[in-house]
Design a protein. Sequence first.
Length: 76
Amino acid sequence: MMTADHRKTGSYGNSSYVNQESQMLRNRQYEALLRKEVDDLKSKQDCDGIAGTLQQKYNDEVVTCLFQYERLFGIR
């Protein structure tokens, strides 16, 4: 992810957001955490104007991560 795009995400420089994510991991709320991340990307505009949102811009990477997390965490 490009630095300018990362700066727009909820987790960038936001310890409260990161703490909430960490708590979700500890509670094994994997699906809710993944939804939170995808929703965050959907709510942020692409700063380069390549795609409408960061989720659209990084769709291939998001899908790859979701498949990997499905295998890692046993999400179905």
